[in-house]
Design a protein around this ligand. Structure first.
Ligand code: GDP
Ligand code: MG
Length: 439
């Protein structure tokens, strides 16, 4: 799937010690293939890759501590933009009318009911109108759904053939219903044809709906996009509902839809049941495609709090074996500024394993405060050269920090072990790799 291909491209990037133009290009080639395979329009894929590349090769990324993580974030942001940025709500100012259009089987009738149920939940009073005069079963289908969600529905006689008359009658009916908005379910065809379009145009002219939503089956990929264009030319659509996203592992339609039609995707159908319906949020969809959940917000969070220069300096000192208690102190401050650590670390790939290797209380914030207090009670000389901290000094530090000699001893021992580990370069490298490619 698209998620898997992206994941493998990112893994390759992370595996590289340094990020270069070459390995970014390699990764992006992989991504472009994945996009095309997911049935994303060729020009859309090309433009997308160009945008990502331009940013990924920017100075800020190349000089950062974890370029690969930043590149994932660039992907996320670009995907979000591609999918339409922010969610766009419906225009429901009175007289609020929503006309649903689309091919047969796309999910118009189901979506009409889903949308009605959702708007009802938001405190509005929707009314449903059955305007599919070609299939009597379609009228029954909407009536059944309406009953299920307890929303009033207007159903014409099975013999009725004049669509505009049905619409007129429904408006009269609505006057006695105390509704605040109307949803019109219409007929479709297997393919777009002139007769259907002519009828829909007439209905559209009569209703002058504020919203005309194209219901499109996401699983049909690029076909869904061209259908959207056709309907837009014919009646002018204001938004798109992508259905059957639950069954579409490729996700290509969603990615091309916005760019090519210029219309926002407003809702997503994710199953056959009434509840399987959500507002479409480009950012969440991007996260889902990248299959990364919280990693994005974590990267933002960390990038926000960590002073990159500071972190680089610390890493250099660690590797050169010059790490002392002053470095320790600034690292503790940095780590503490990130907030609750356990949750944060769990978001990182590979972190579970690393956590097992840390001292059991290393992530306990109370313990960390104690450790900080101990270090703060040391003299500058002691911080620089911990080996001079012997018996009386330990007692003084314990007194000054409000801890015990036992705790001071333990910290000194842990610190000694940390230093030893840092000095053996092999282990250091291993640890850094597990942290996600920081060298
Ligand atoms: P219409 O011809 O456009 O009115 O399409 P329908 O509303 O009758 O839906 C056609 C079929 O698609 C029905 O079996 C629906 O249950 C199914 N369907 C609609 N939306 C979704 C969706 O989001 N996910 C899935 N899995 N099925 C859907
Ligand atoms: Mg229908």
């Amino acid at each position: 799937s698209l998620s898997d291909s992206l994941d493998s491209a990112f893994k390759n990037l992370r595996g590289q010690g340094k990020i270069s133009e070459k390995n970014i290009s390699d990764a992006l080639r992989e991504v472009r293939l994945a996009l095309l395979e997911a049935d994303v329009d060729f020009t859309v894929a090309k433009k997308f890759i160009a945008n990502v590349k331009e940013q990924a090769l920017g100075e800020k990324v190349m000089k950062s501590v974890k370029p690969s993580e930043l590149i994932v974030k660039i992907f996320h942001d670009e995907l979000t933009a591609l999918l339409g940025g922010d969610n766009e709500p419906l225009d429901l100012t009175p007289p609020a009318r929503i006309m649903m259009v689309g091919l047969n089987g796309a999910g118009k009738t189901t979506t009409s009911a889903k949308l009605a149920a959702r708007l009802k939940k938001e405190g509005r009073r929707p009314l449903l109108v059955a305007c599919d005069l070609y299939r009597p079963a379609a009228i029954d289908q909407l009536a059944t759904l309406a009953k299920q969600i307890d929303v009033p529905v207007y159903t014409p006689d099975a013999s009725e053939t004049d669509l505009v008359k049905v619409a007129k009658d429904s408006l009269k009916w609505a006057e006695g219903q105390n509704g605040t908005l109307m949803i019109f379910d219409t007929a479709g065809r297997q393919e777009i044809d002139e007769k259907l379009i002519g009828e829909l145009k007439e209905l559209h002219n009569f209703l002058a709906p504020k919203e005309t939503l194209l219901v499109a089956d996401a699983a049909t990929g690029q076909q869904a996009v061209s259908v959207a264009n056709h309907f837009d030319e014919a009646v002018g659509i204001t938004g798109i509902v992508l259905t059957k996203l639950d069954g579409d592992a490729r996700g290509g339609a969603a990615l091309s839809m916005r760019t090519i039609t210029g219309k926002p995707i407003k809702y997503a159908g994710e199953g056959e049941k009434i509840e399987d319906f959500t507002e479409f949020h480009p950012e969440r969809m991007a996260g889902r495609i990248l299959d990364m959940g919280d990693v994005v917000s974590m990267v933002e969070h960390v990038a926000d709090k960590i002073d990159e220069k500071e972190a680089m300096k610390a890493a250099e000192r660690m590797q050169s074996g010059k790490f002392d208690f002053n470095d320790f102190l600034s690292q503790m401050k940095m780590i503490r500024s990130l907030g609750p650590l356990d949750g944060l670390l769990n978001m990182l790939p590979g972190m579970k394993k690393l956590k097992k290797q840390l001292p059991s209380d290393a992530l306990n914030t109370d313990k960390m405060k104690h450790m900080e207090a101990i270090v703060l009670s040391m003299t500058p000389k002691e911080r620089e050269r911990p080996e001079i901290i012997k018996g009386t000094r330990r007692k003084r530090i314990a007194m000054g920090s409000g801890t015990s000699v036992l705790e001071v001893n333990r910290l000194l021992k842990q610190f000694g072990e940390m230093r030893k580990m840092m000095r053996s370069k092999g282990k250091m490298k291993q640890m850094m790799k597990q942290m996600g490619g920081m060298e």
